[in-house]
Ligand binder design. Structure first.
Ligand code: GLY
Length: 568
């Protein structure tokens, strides 16, 4: 499907010839949304077509997949302010052409002044608003440190990679109807939660075709370009963040910012029927849970049962239930808590977990004691595969839509509300029904548990898929289902991404289905005893497939949003 944004005539004149030249193939005032493309050399897919184009631009300039991932993330921080960010955090998983797997953790950390009970009132009740709205909700941003940690694997100078983002912020870009609606929807919160005027609020409502210009953000991006990581974690930008904290009752200090470090971790790699799945380890729960779920279904004839058959649906739901129960009980930041990962993925443990699976009869979550941290669903994913066979999958987040909705003063970027991914009150449900355990309790410097699951699939040590999605707690089940859709059910990239998904997260003991989920499937599950709840769209999956015989790339951008694929 091809969408044409027809604002070029009205707004094209605003971008000078010089700026347009610098932007290369970027057309911020006149762009199309390509959902499904094929490409011979390189492909990028992300939540916004201009960000995907920024990635392809650096591929064309001789950059590799890591360069493209860096440029795409920076562009997303401008054109997709709801989740793209420099004020949040993320994870990068890559398979390099030399055969190495990489996992870079740039998850936010709790400030040094954070404490376990910081969101409880004097009676010990959780005040969840504080971990969601405004200054106190923000963790120390990790994205910029993550970008510089990724530079070790890039080819081009950082100044080239950040150039499209600077231009998009400085000269602006035309917004879509969805972005206009989203900014209007959040207007009141932007006004309430900010101490300085922001680029996201204007006198009259936003509409499709308006130009969003972010001069303060452009200035911050230039500081990062000129001073590197210190352009964010020290000096003017750090001062802006800390002054904003002081104006709004936040606790992030200059020392917190200076001490932040991205961490390179050992990627999870496991076998699934002749393929290697490479994915993110803790502090994301994604990789461990994905491995558990794939191990739980591996020995059943799911392909024979067929896509969305009652048998396959039930098996996958029961795998999801069990993995999420373990998530709630055991998973947290491995630098702070001892997590029994080896036991959780031990084949005999997986067999014992599935020993209670009864085909045709719904399981139940009653006997399990611990809780699950429900997460907000605004995160964003991008995938890249380049001509050399490097593959990158990156998922980043502000947590909620537009994060804390608080801009870091004159620095012009939104701060995350990632503190809410901690268990605000371990072991006890809070006012929104959120529960968790000690493993994910708040502690200074600790990383909050994530569900982000950037994933690459290898065949004979060569990448054949790069994929991932936003969606909070639904991220892991969406990646699981997309992998099953491709590896077991043989769906095309487009169908694997867009066919309706379902989600079970142990508690509540409900199967969520999204719009378009087949009624026959709902009825079959209800007959087995499942409680079904219809909900809104699940995730925004991005996927690139590489055909190892022809070298052709197929990139599929999720139809659920403005997501766009680009290639050359
Ligand atoms: N904030 C969503 C996640 O990290 O899972």
């Amino acid at each position: 499907m091809r969408f044409l944004l027809i604002f070029g005539v009205a707004f094209g004149g605003l971008l000078s010839a010089c700026a347009q030249q610098q932007a290369g193939s970027l057309h911020p005032y006149d762009y199309t949304i390509e959902k499904n493309i094929t490409a011979a050399k390189g492909a990028v897919v992300s939540a916004h077509p201009l960000a995907s184009e920024a990635g392809v631009l650096v591929l064309r300039q001789g950059g590799n997949a890591v360069d493209a991932a860096i440029a795409t993330q920076l562009a997303l921080a401008v054109v997709y302010p709801g989740a793209g960010n420099i004020g949040g955090g993320g994870f990068l998983v890559a398979h390099l052409k030399n055969g190495r797997n990489i996992a870079i953790d740039y998850r936010e950390t709790a400030p040094a002044k954070a404490s376990r009970d910081m969101y409880l009132d004097s009676a010990g009740n959780a005040i969840t608003k504080l971990s969601l709205d405004g200054h106190l909700a923000a963790g120390i941003p990790g994205t910029v440190a993550g970008l510089f940690a990724s530079m070790k694997y890039a080819k081009l100078p950082f100044s080239k990679l950040i150039a499209p983002a600077i231009l998009l912020a400085e000269k602006g870009f035309v917004i879509t109807a969805k972005e206009a609606e989203s900014l209007n929807h959040t207007r009141e919160e932007f006004v309430k939660l900010n101490t300085v005027p922001t680029a996201f609020v204007k006198e009259v409502p936003w509409k499709a075709g308006d130009t969003l210009v972010q001069p303060d953000l452009a200035h911050t991006l230039k500081l990062i370009r000129d001073k590197g990581q210190a352009g964010f974690y020290e000096g003017e930008t750090a001062d802006n963040i800390v002054s904003e904290m002081q104006r709004g009752g936040g606790i992030i200090t200059l020392a917190d910012l200076k001490n932040y470090k991205a961490v390179e971790r050992k990627a999870i790699a496991f076998q699934y029927k002749g393929q290697t799945i490479v994915t993110m380890p803790l502090p994301s729960s994604g990789g461990v849970c994905l491995q558990q779920m794939m191990m739980m279904v591996e020995n059943y004839p799911v392909a024979k049962w067929g896509f969305q058959s009652p048998q396959a649906l039930q098996l996958m739901i029961e795998a999801e239930r069990r993995a999420y129960a373990d998530r709630a009980e055991f998973l947290g930041d491995p630098d702070f808590v001892k997590v029994p990962v080896a036991r959780l993925i031990d084949p005999s443990y997986i067999r014992s977990r599935m020993s209670t699976f009864t085909p045709g009869t719904a399981g139940n979550s009653d006997s399990t004691k611990a809780g699950l941290t429900k997460e907000s669903e605004q995160t964003t994913h991008l995938s890249v595969i380049d001509a050399d066979g490097n593959a990158v999958a990156v998922t980043t987040t502000l947590n909620g839509h537009y994060g804390s909705r608080t801009v870091a003063g004159k620095a012009g970027f939104l701060l995350n509300n990632e503190m809410d991914d901690f268990s605000v009150k371990p072991g006890v449900p809070n006012m929104y029904g959120l529960v968790g355990t000690e493993a994910n309790a708040i502690a200074p410097g600790k990383r909050m548990l994530s569900s982000m699951t950037p994933t690459i699939v290898l065949k004979n040590n060569k990448p054949i898929y790069s994929l991932g999605t936003p969606g909070g707690a639904t991220i892991i089940t969406s990646v699981f289902q997309t992998l099953m859709n491709t590896l077991e059910f043989g769906l095309s990239p487009e169908d694997a991404v867009n066919k309706p998904k379902f989600h079970h997260q142990w508690l509540p003991d409900v199967v969520y289905v999204e719009p378009g989920f087949p009624e026959e499937g709902v009825q079959a599950l209800e007959q087995m005893g499942y409680k079904i709840e219809k909900r809104g769209p699940i995730g925004r999956t991005e996927l690139i497939k590489k055909d190892l015989k022809t070298g052709q790339l197929q990139a599929a951008a999720d139809k659920r949003g403005d997501d766009g694929a680009a290639g050359y």
